[in-house]
Design a protein around this ligand. Sequence first.
Ligand SMILES: [Mg+2]
Ligand SMILES: [Zn+2]
Length: 496
Amino acid sequence: MPVSCTVVVPTIGRPSLDVLLDALAAMPGPRPDGLVVVDDRPAGPPLTVERPGLPPVRVVRTGGGGPARARNLGWRTARTEWIAFLDDDVVPDPDWYQRLAADLAGLPADVAGSQGRVRVPLPEDRRPTDWERGTAGLATSAWITADLAYRRAALAAVGGFDERFPRAFREDSDLALRVMDTGARLVRGDRWITHPVRPVDRWVSVRVQAGNADDVLMRRLHGPGWRDRAEAALGRRPQHLAVTAAGLAALGLAAARRPRPALAAALAWAAGTAEFAWARIAPGPRERAEVSTMALTSAAIPPLATWHWLRGVVTHRRVTPWRGLPDLVLFDRDGTLVRDFPYNGDPELVKPVPGAREAVDALRARGVRVGVVSNQSGVARGIITREQVDACMARLDELLGPFDTVQVCPHGPDDGCSCRKPAPGMVKAACAELDVDPARTVVVGDIGADVEAAAAAGASGILVPTPVTRRQEVAAAPRRAATLSAAVGDVLAGRW
Ligand SMILES: [Mg+2]
Ligand SMILES: [Zn+2]
């Protein structure tokens, strides 16, 4: 296909994944550059995804982190200009590759995303159930990631999906609003997927009430006008609050031995619940199973919706804008990743600090790239040779690699080069090599020159002092951590 694109499919191993992969393998048309399947199961044997006809496929695992984290790992793993998200329960039309290529070709630079079109098949011989009607709403929803392609740079600029949304609900609307906040546009394409109605048990309408807490998070993040911008209808929460209040009042008044007002409140509760149940039964098939399910769940939903909404109000009292992970973390070598032996030229003396391996691996596991930026003025001073530096870097790579970039400055302090930290040259070169925005880059080092180089390049710096770090440099550092592990922990928690 003319534009470079990776298809990203997060999955919890549902059988529908096989249907999707079969469709992606069999359909004609220009293949995207790659397919990333993100296995979001907490554990289990490897998924069987390979089949002839698929684009080059990679499987990565989250260990179970929810859909937002899975999609983030997917796009961070991919390196193409475009990322096309597909849910694991959809079936693309046979011309999907062709139309995807056509949808993305020639889009102006200010268009950051292209939405696919969704068709939900409903039974023809009867009226749809409550759940079927709800699923059918996907067909007219705005910016749903069942089939949505984003520019990778647009995802990187906003830190991807906000992982504080724990389920597949609102996380896609939130992303769309943040991307549009940057001034970019989202458009609708002409490719189609079919989204079948998933078989569910009768309590599904009760479980989805948890989304009321996510709505609170949306309001906190995007303000009271978020529903208009996200084209998300308010639904019946005001009625649910009123019905729940009437029910509680009835119980309270009965306990206070005030039977008449208690009866009035109970009648108000019953009327509200009956109206809700009928509103859900009337457009449906009115079969016995559906009617009894609607009757039962219509009594449960108002208090549960209210409960989850209150839970959200408490949980999301204070929220900060989503920062996400950086795209690149650059480490100083001596005194940061490995113990400091001044002007070391001996690979045998390359000894990682405690927790170094786990720290760099934790970043890699989340799709964050890692590199090294190292001053080696021993070369200019004639104490060690460039070959010795390279041998020590090779040893570092054995112990803690692979690194996505390794930058070395062999110059001395008086050479006036632009690479020796605190100059920003190596940080800028690493970002340029990997096509990463310095603003999405963190530098971790043990002296002031490391964090000054970060600041000069427009990156964030975290100082991990050692006993020999100067006190003024510790005091001046914008961010500090006690150990390398703690610094990486901060980065993974969005504190960078
Ligand atoms: Mg150092
Ligand atoms: Zn230099």
